[in-house]
Design a protein around this ligand. Structure first.
Ligand SMILES: *[C@@H]1O[C@H](CO)[C@@H](O)[C@H](O)[C@H]1NC(C)=O
Ligand SMILES: *[C@@H]1O[C@H](CO)[C@@H](O)[C@H](O)[C@H]1NC(C)=O
Ligand SMILES: *[C@@H]1O[C@H](CO)[C@@H](O)[C@H](O)[C@H]1NC(C)=O
Ligand SMILES: *[C@@H]1O[C@H](CO)[C@@H](O)[C@H](O)[C@H]1NC(C)=O
Length: 268
C-alpha cells in the first residue's frame, strides 16, 4: 500500500515536472548588472542575463545612449562584433553572449547602457533593459586646510577653510569637531568648476575656542570629503602646549598647532 502511494507521488511529481517543462517561458531579461559608480581608468564587467523560453536567439545588442557598440549574433561569423564609440573600449576576449568587459573607463563612458535581446524566426521578438553607468574621477589629493593663523589662545575665533582636490563630481565636505558633525552655513560652502570639467569644493569652519571644546587640552578637527562611496579625510589637531606634562596650568593659553594629515582612500 505504502509502495503504491510512494509510486503515485513519484509519478505525480514527474507529471508536474513535465508540465512545467512544457509551459511556455517568456523571453525576458532576468538581470542586468551595471556596477555603478565606476572610477576612471578602471575596468568593469556589465552582465545581461536572459531567458529565451523555446525561442532561438537572433542577437544580443549593446547600446550606449543611442549608439550600438557591441553585438553578439550566434549565426554570424565572427559572432562577436564591436563598433567604435568614444569612451568605449571593449575587451573582446572577456566578452561573450551575456557580458561585456569595458576597460580604461573615462568620463566619456558615462551614460545609459542598454542590453537588447532579440529572437529569430518565427517570433522575432525583442526585449531590452537600460541602466545608467556613472563615472567618477577621484580627487588626486585629500582635502587641504587653510587657516588665517596657526597659534590659538582660548577665546579665539578659529576659522579654517577645507579645500578639496579636483575631482568629478565635486566632493561633499563635512567638518567634525571632536568627532561631532559641525553645523555649517550655506555661505561657508563653495563649488568651483574648471574648464576641464573637473570640480572642487570648499567649506569653512568657524567656531569659538571655548574651554568646553577642549578635551585634555586639545581639540581634533576633521574634514571629510566624500564622492559617492569614496572618502578622503584630513585631520587637524589643535593642542594646548605642555598639556601632557604635569606642570601646573598657567594662564598663558598659547596653543600650538599640530597637523596630522591622514589620507584615506577607501572604496567599499
Ligand atoms: C513554444 O513552442 C510551441 C510550439 O512550437 C509554440 O506553440 C509556443 O507558442 C511556443 N512558446 C513560446 C513562449 O514561444
Ligand atoms: C586610456 O584612455 C586614455 C584616454 O581616455 C588614453 O590616453 C590611454 O592611452 C588609454 N590607456 C590604455 C591602456 O588604453
Ligand atoms: C539616461 O536616462 C535618464 C533617464 O531616462 C535621462 O534622464 C538621462 O538624460 C540619460 N542620460 C544620457 C546621457 O542620455
Ligand atoms: C569672535 O567673534 C565674535 C563674533 O562672532 C566677536 O564678538 C569676538 O570679538 C571675536 N573674538 C575674537 C578674539 O576675535
Amino acid at each position: 500500500m505504502e509502495y503504491v502511494l510512494a509510486n503515485l507521488i513519484l509519478s505525480l511529481s514527474c507529471f508536474t515536472t513535465l508540465i512545467n517543462c512544457m509551459l511556455p517561458v517568456p523571453l525576458r531579461i532576468n538581470a542586468f548588472h551595471v556596477p555603478t559608480p565606476v572610477v576612471t581608468g578602471d575596468s568593469v564587467l556589465l552582465r545581461c542575463a536572459y531567458e529565451l523560453g523555446n525561442e532561438t536567439l537572433y542577437a544580443v545588442k549593446w547600446y550606449k545612449n543611442e549608439g550600438e557598440f557591441f553585438r553578439y549574433v550566434p549565426a554570424a561569423e565572427p559572432p562577436l562584433k564591436m563598433f567604435p564609440q568614444t569612451g568605449i573600449d571593449v575587451d573582446m576576449s572577456r566578452s561573450d553572449k551575456n557580458s561585456i568587459y569595458l576597460r580604461n573607463l573615462s568620463l566619456e563612458s558615462y551614460g545609459n547602457y542598454t542590453c537588447q535581446v532579440s529572437t529569430d524566426r518565427p517570433f522575432f521578438r525583442c526585449v531590452q533593459t537600460t541602466r545608467q553607468l556613472e563615472v567618477v574621477v577621484p580627487p588626486s589629493d585629500g582635502p587641504i586646510l587653510m587657516e588665517e593663523k596657526s597659534d590659538y589662545e582660548l577665546g579665539d575665533n578659529v576659522s579654517i577653510l577645507c579645500n578639496s582636490g579636483k575631482s568629478k563630481p565635486a566632493p561633499e565636505l563635512k567638518w567634525y569637531i571632536n568627532d561631532q558633525l559641525a553645523q555649517s552655513d550655506l555661505y561657508d560652502k563653495e563649488t568651483v568648476v574648471y574648464p576641464d570639467q573637473m570640480e572642487s569644493s570648499s567649506l569653512a569652519l568657524r567656531f569659538r575656542l571655548k574651554p568646553d571644546v577642549l578635551h585634555n587640552g586639545r581639540v581634533v578637527l576633521k574634514c571629510v570629503a566624500t564622492i559617492k562611496h569614496i572618502h578622503a579625510v584630513t585631520i587637524k589637531e589643535i593642542r594646548a602646549a605642555g598639556s601632557k606634562e604635569t606642570r601646573p596650568f598657567t594662564s598663558s593659553f598659547i596653543l600650538t598647532v599640530m597637523i596630522a594629515l591622514i589620507l584615506l582612500m577607501t572604496k567599499d
